[in-house]
Design a protein around this ligand. Structure first.
Ligand code: DGL
Length: 267
């Protein structure tokens, strides 16, 4: 049965998974959480690229027809590398700078992402393309991915980090805030509480899911889907932990349908 492969360093890509599952409810989905290697953000770009290639090879061995890199960091480090290697359609992520620039009234926008996402060449290209006549505040947010992985969506440590990274933005006139990491949508209520109603938060996950649907519908050998769509999840960490995280982040129904297994990547 043909399927869509979706991956991230951990549970962040579930913010994209849930949008894809909503738009393509009958399609088999295989999610890969590289939790044994999470977080990617503080690692070097060549390290991330090497690791991401292994994850992609694992998913390709499951006979996926479409690959979604549901991770900004992995996309920044390896998207063009993957497209050069593999002959299937690949959807990647990038911080949603374009809509932020289109929407801003104040001319000041901010982007939250991991340090590696900002270091990657794609972010430089994005800035050169879209950041004209606006001021872009670049905010690396080390530590937030770990908080989401621990299930701490609004506890004291997460709150402290969010205040450290975001407190200054409203006073500087920022009115659009881009979530440039797929873990951050799970912090959205806490982020909105910190920045206040004058700052619009932009999550690119729905747009990425629409792009995945477009590419899926365009596949030549329009693959058959199962009558009961498969919801497979692999992790390089403990399966039981991912099961609990699915419960917390996707809710009981999705967690119930999930088939969760531990995977190891070949060295
Ligand atoms: N969800 C990943 C992203 O979108 C997090 C990367 C990490 O593991 O640091 O960037």
């Amino acid at each position: 049965m043909a399927s869509i492969g979706i991956f991230d360093s951990g549970v962040g890509g579930l913010s994209v998974w849930r949008e894809i599952a909503f738009l393509l409810p009958d399609v088999d989905l295989i999610y890969f959480a590289d939790q044994g290697y999470c977080p990617y953000g503080p690692r070097t770009l060549p390290d991330i690229r090497q690791r991401v290639e292994k994850v992609a090879r694992f998913l390709l061995a499951q006979e996926i027809e479409l690959l979604v890199v549901a991770c900004n960091t992995a996309s920044a480090a390896a998207l063009s590398h993957l497209r050069g290697l593999f002959d299937l359609p690949i959807v990647g992520m990038e911080p949603a700078l374009k809509p932020a620039v289109e929407k801003t009234n104040s001319g000041k926008v901010a982007v939250m992402a991991t340090p590696a996402t900002f270091q990657g060449e794609p972010f430089g290209r994005l800035m050169a393309r879209f950041a004209h006549g606006v001021q872009v505040f670049v905010q690396p947010c080390p530590g937030l991915v770990e908080q989401v992985e621990q299930g701490d969506l609004d506890g004291p440590v997460t709150q402290r980090l969010l205040h450290r990274y975001l407190d200054g933005l409203p006073a500087q006139g920022v009115d659009e805030l881009v979530l440039g990491c797929t873990h951050y949508p799970f912090l959205r209520p806490a982020i909105e509480a910190v920045v206040g109603a004058g700052v619009q938060v932009i999550d690119p996950a729905p747009a990425v899911a629409r792009q995945a649907r477009r590419l899926w519908e365009r596949l030549e050998t329009k693959p058959l889907t199962s009558s009961v769509p498969q919801r497979r999840f692999y992790t390089t960490g403990p399966a039981e932990r991912l099961r609990q995280q699915l419960w917390q982040l996707l809710g009981p129904k999705a967690a119930h349908q999930a088939n969760v297994q531990t995977a190891s990547l070949h060295e």
